[in-house]
Design a binder for this molecule. Structure first.
Ligand code: ADP
Length: 473
């Protein structure tokens, strides 16, 4: 038991390790693909920029720079007329907004890149973005900071960092957050008489995840498949382990039940034998006869039990050997039920209702009698009040159906799944309230199947059970 649990825990632990390892590997592959994607597009973009430079003699921002130059000069003139050498936060923000707008609107790069990518037959669905790092107005020696990004300040040597930060501390609204999926195409920087501008041109592919997913699909599918396979194998092994445990429990129960079943007639015979030794009994002929009968009855019972066990172990090795003969099913059923009734001393109220239309069946009469007897004796055995048994039979299509319904203790849904299994006894385990070996219904099922038919059960605990035997004819 302990060993089984350890194996189980080890199995679960290994699966968790396997899944974690696979996730780490997949993440690694994904990151690698992502980097390769960025690198590829950065190289393509730089290729495109070179071609642009050669063909147009521009980097795509000429118009924007002229407009920014004009605006800067205007602002500088205004400052000069007001004799001021700095800007208010509001003025800085307006100017920053203007520069951002102009850079985005007046650039030719996005269109150029898009056409360039298209001609190469690669993905052209990207969003472009311009991130300004530094913008200063220049008036001879005077530099008037408008905007310096935190990131840009961090890139400078430490001694410059604080002054830069203080000078161009951007208000919240001017922050331009960058996403990790963005690809930096190029950094631009230029200085004229009136301004200094540093910015970056970035592109971001909306389809990037999809493209990478397509590229990693094979390895992704393979790892998912291998994980699934291992989990399925584990579950199958676990199920088998549980089944094995169930069977071993059943066997233990069976041995206990069998010992009990065999002991009862044996001890009766022993006691009877001892009784016969008594001198006062030996003179009483009636008593001798009674005891002998008792010994005979118990021996027959013992013999039946042993035969049943032997027969079942024989079925395991060989096929059922049926000796079939044609019988009129209605007459045959009547005979079985009547002899059962007298055999058990009218132990139950038995009613029969048949509609076989004179059907004849090929049956092994001995086995089939055992089948019906087992169902009837169970109906009597598993009763908590006076047993009322209704036997119904009819012919439909190419089958003959026989139903045995009782008003007994019934069978729970879970037990219904197993009652036809060898040695299975519903929840009672080896409790001897209802005697038995858990073989009766197994026998019934085997016999029905040997005749090409089947047996099913429907039952409600506390209400009773209906067993239906179907035999083709
Ligand atoms: P046994 O009667 O020797 O235990 P069976 O194979 O005949 O073995 O039956 C298996 C189990 O099915 C029984 O232990 C009992 O719990 C349940 N069972 C069978 N027939 C009935 C019935 N008519 N009503 C209620 N329970 C039944």
């Amino acid at each position: 038991m302990k060993k089984r649990n350890t194996i189980l825990l080890l199995g679960i632990f290994s699966i968790i390790i396997l899944i974690t390892a696979q996730i780490i590997i997949i993440r690694g592959v994904w990151e690698q693909k992502d980097e390769m994607f960025n690198l590829r597009y950065r190289l393509f973009s730089q290729d495109a920029l070179d071609v642009m430079d050669r063909q147009w003699g521009t980097d795509g921002f000429d118009t924007a720079r002229i407009l920014i130059g004009v605006k800067s000069e205007m602002v500088l003139k205004e400052l000069a007329s007001l004799k001021k050498d700095s800007l208010t936060a509001r003025e800085k923000e307006d100017l920053f907004k203007y520069v951002t707008l102009v850079l985005n609107k007046e650039q030719d790069l996005s269109q150029w890149l898009s056409r360039f990518f298209e001609r190469r037959g690669i993905d052209k669905d990207f969003n472009s973005k311009i991130v300004i790092n530094r913008f200063e107005l220049i008036n001879y020696d005077l530099r008037i900071p408008v905007y310096i990004s935190e990131e840009f300040a961090n890139r400078r040597p430490p001694q410059q960092r604080d002054t830069l930060r203080r000078a161009g501390q951007p208000p919240g609204r001017m922050r331009q957050p960058r996403r990790t999926s963005e690809i930096l195409v190029k950094r631009y920087g230029n200085e004229t008489n009136s301004y200094r501008l540093d910015f970056e041109y970035l592109i971001d592919f909306s389809d990037k995840q999809k493209i990478i997913l397509r590229e990693t699909a094979a390895s992704l599918a393979l790892s998912t498949f291998s994980i699934l396979l291992v989990v399925i194998l584990f579950l199958i092994t676990y199920k088998n382990l549980m089944e094995e445990k169930r069977l071993s429990n059943l066997k233990t129960d069976f041995i206990n039940n069998m010992t009990h079943e065999l002991k009862t007639p044996l001890s009766t015979i022993t006691v009877a034998g001892k009784t016969l030794e008594l001198p006062m009994i030996r003179t009483n002929e009636a008593k001798i006869l009674e005891t002998a009968k008792l010994i005979g009855k118990q021996s027959v019972h013992l013999n039946q039990l042993i035969n049943m066990i032997l027969e079942i172990s024989m079925w395991e090795r060989t096929q059922f050997q049926l000796e079939k003969k044609k019988v009129k099913i209605e007459e045959f059923m009547n005979d079985i039920v009547e002899s059962f009734k007298s055999g058990c001393g009218n132990c139950a109220s038995l009613t029969q209702k048949y509609n076989f239309n004179g059907a004849s069946l090929d049956l092994d009469t001995i086995y089939f009698t055992t089948l019906i007897n087992n169902l009837l004796s169970n109906a009597v055995k598993y009763a908590d009040k006076d047993p009322v048994i209704e036997i119904e039979g009819f012919a439909e299509d190419s089958n003959v159906c026989i139903k045995v319904a009782d008003n007994g203790i019934g069978i729970s849904k879970n037990d219904q799944k197993h009652i036809f299994d060898k040695f299975y006894r519903a929840s009672t385990g080896n409790i001897h309230k209802y005697k038995g070996l858990g073989l009766g219904l197994y026998y019934v099922k085997k016999i029905a199947e040997a005749h090409g038919g089947d047996v099913t059960v429907s039952s409600k605990p506390g209400k009773g059970s209906i067993f239906t035997v179907t035999i083709p004819y």
